[in-house]
Every structure is written in C-alpha cells, then in structure tokens.
Design a protein around this ligand. Structure first.
Ligand code: PLP
Length: 384
C-alpha cells in the first residue's frame, strides 16, 4: 500500500539533495571543524557554507546563526538567555498557542517566580493585539510568539508585534519552526531579536536546529563547554546535519515562490473537496493568514483519533487535534483557546502537505474521506 503523507508539520521527508550532500560527511570527511589541520579545515568550510545558506534564507548575517540540536533547544536557549542577561526583569509575555517547547519553558520559569502573560486568541486563532499591547511593561524580559501555529497554520503578525516590543526595549523571540521555508521571512526588514528553526520541518534531518540571534542582542549560552559557535553553544558541531540543513535552506530559498503556490493549490483542492463532499465540517484557523501547506478541519460528532485510524488503514497519514491524556480525549490547547465547540474540536484533523504531494494523492483522500466520516458518524454515541 502506498503511503500518502499529509503530516508534514510533524516532520518532513529528507530531500534527496540534502541526503546526497550529507553523505561525504558521514563517510570520508569525518574531521572536526575545530582542528587546525587541512582535513578538519575542509569540514569547517562546509559548516561555514551552510551557515551562509541559512543566513541567506532568513535575510540574516552568517555570524547571527547558531547551530543547535533542535527547535526545542533553540526555544529554551532564547528564553534562558533573555532572562539571564536581564536578571532584574521578571516578566515573560507569550501566547496561549505555543508549542510545548515554549509553553512548558514559560511554565517552568513561572514556577521559579516569574510572571507570565499568555496572550489569548479569537475564534479564528488570531492573537488579541490589545491584550498584547497592554502586556508589555518595563519588567518584561522577553516576548516569545510563534511565527506560525503548528496546528492551524495561522501566521501571526510578527513584524508588527516585534516592532511594538522594540519600541519598549523588550527582546523579541519568535518560534519560526513551522514558518521557515513555508512563508517569506526577511530578518533585515523586521525587528525580531531571536528566531528558532528546526531542520526536520524543512526536509533536513531531525536533530538539527538553529537559533538566530541578532547582532548586538545580549546573549548568554545555555549549553556551556567548548568554544564552538563562538562560545554561544558548546559541543562539537553535528557536521553532516549542518551541511544537510544548509542545502535544505538553499532549496527552500530557490523553490520558494513556485513551491508555495503549488502546495497552496493542493491544500485548497483538499480543503474544498472535503468541505463540498462532507456535511457538518469546518475549517479551524484564519484562512486569510495561514501557512500554504496546512488545513485543520473539524468533522462534527466524530473522534479525531478514530478518523486517523481509518485513514491509516488507507495508507493516509495525518494528525488529530486531540491528545489522549489519562484515558480521555482532550482537544488540544490550541483548539480550546480558540473556543472551538466540543463536538467539533474532538473531530479535528490536521492535514499538512509538502512539495512531494501530488494531485492524485489529494484526490484519493477526497474520494475516501466521505465514507470514513459517514461510517464513524453511524457508530458515534454523539448525535445531533
Ligand atoms: N516549535 C514548533 C512550533 C513546532 O512545531 C515544533 C515541532 O513540532 C517545535 C518547536 C520543536 O522542534 P524540534 O522537534 O526540532 O525540537
């Protein structure tokens, strides 16, 4: 059975160009980039090139790129650094929609005595901008707002929010793990101080990330030890993965416009096909400001997990907006924050596409989904 992979916000396939570029660094080019000899030097050169490729994708300077092990490490580091460099400030501003890599870090600091403001959203998942404006105080050490939401795909007005923080001299961090490679980000035009990204969301391997830190922003290392990354992140560089991420960034930069419209057209075809064919379903999120690859759709009176199991039997991979905790299916914190009604929130499915999906795959999903939903609705204990 062929796999139809529509779960690209969870992780992506490694691009063949990325894999090929990595191979020499998993084989004969195994040197340490810190070594003085030529053998290490050629590896250092490859790391430098990857740094340039990533900086080019983001409109940043190569020295502003710090390699980390993942998006979560980048998020932890950004918040840690802002708090450690400004010990007098005891307030964190974030949102109710963040990934656990920020949500749980904010909660950790809250338990250490910090005050945390979590900006809420409306029913489309749009951040409350008045609440945001009112939240910024002299005591605020950092604002951390995700660029795009992993569940709904909503893209937040990061440029405007970063500018407001800058006016008050507050460090602004964005978790752009879901946005990099999918929407235009030009850090030369917006006042973001720190940005997190993760390789495995843009066709590079798992286990490599980046923290961008704008030149001039005070920084304190989270991972201490050797002098790697100019003393900003200790640990011998993960050279093959860094090289892979560089190539993934180059591919994203080169294929950007074409890919965005191609993936967007497939996503729209899927969404329209499902909404036309299936009664009582709705799109969650802000369809005007969404990642081109994501559609989060709720099917009334069905369990998301049951939908996923039936899709799995057809070889279709997607995600649900609920998580099984202590035996009960709780809608995700994102859908709860948006106030999605109970009988819709439970049946929400996130479809997230990539450049490797085809029209045939989308048509296959559209042709099978109505039967899946009908079957489950006939079995459902909830009616009406
Ligand atoms: N932030 C967001 C928005 C994500 O979607 C994810 C992964 O799903 C992460 C952070 C964590 O990235 P990583 O898996 O590289 O730690």
């Amino acid at each position: 059975m062929k796999t139809i992979y529509l779960d690209n916000n969870a992780t992506t396939a490694i691009a063949s160009e990325v894999r090929e570029a990595m191979m020499p660094y998993l084989g004969e080019l195994y040197g340490n980039p810190s070594s003085m000899h030529t053998f290490g030097g050629q590896v250092a050169h490859a790391v430098a090139e990857a740094r340039e490729q990533i900086a080019a994708l983001l409109g940043a300077q190569p020295e502003e790129i710090i390699f980390t092990s993942c998006g979560s490490e980048s998020d932890n580091t950004a918040i840690w650094s802002a708090l450690q460099t400004q010990p007098e400030k005891r307030h964190i501003v974030t949102t109710a929609l963040e990934h656990p890599a920020v949500l749980n870090v904010a909660q950790f600091w809250e338990r250490q005595g910090y005050r945390v403001t979590r900006i809420g959203v409306d029913d489309k998942g749009r951040l409350d901008q008045d609440a945001y404006a009112n939240s910024l105080t002299e005591d605020t050490a950092i604002v951390s707002v995700m660029f795009a939401n992993n569940e709904t795909g909503n893209v937040h007005p990061i440029g405007k929010m970063a500018e407001m923080a800058k006016e008050k001299g507050i460090v602004f961090h964005t978790d752009a793990v879901q946005a990099v490679g999918k929407v235009d980000i030009d850090l030369s035009k917006i006042s973001v101080d720190m940005l997190s990204l993760s390789g495995h969301k843009l066709h590079a391997p798992k286990g490599i990330g980046v923290l961008y830190v704008r030149k001039g922003v005070r920084f304190r290392a989270f991972m201490r030890g050797g002098h790697q990354e100019r003393g900003r992140r200790a640990g011998t560089e993960n050279v093959p993965y860094i090289v892979g991420l560089g190539v993934a960034a180059k591919l994203a930069a080169e294929g950007f416009a074409a890919e965005r419209s191609q993936v967007g057209a497939l996503r729209d075809r899927l969404q329209k096909g499902l909404l036309d064919a299936i009664p009582d379903c709705r799109v969650n999120g802000d369809i005007e400001n969404r990642l081109p690859n994501t559609a989060n759709i709720s099917f009334k009176n069905v369990e998301g997990e049951a939908i996923l199991l039936m899709l799995d039997q057809l070889g279709i991979c997607a995600s649900s907006g609920s998580a099984c905790t202590s035996g009960s299916l709780e809608p995700s914190h994102v859908l709860r924050a948006m106030g999605v009604p109970f009988n819709y929130a439970h049946g929400s499915i996130r479809f997230s596409l990539s450049r490797y999906n085809t029209e045939e795959e989308i048509d296959f999903v559209v042709s099978h989904m109505p039967d899946v939903i009908k079957t489950l609705r006939n079995l459902s204990p909830f009616k009406g």
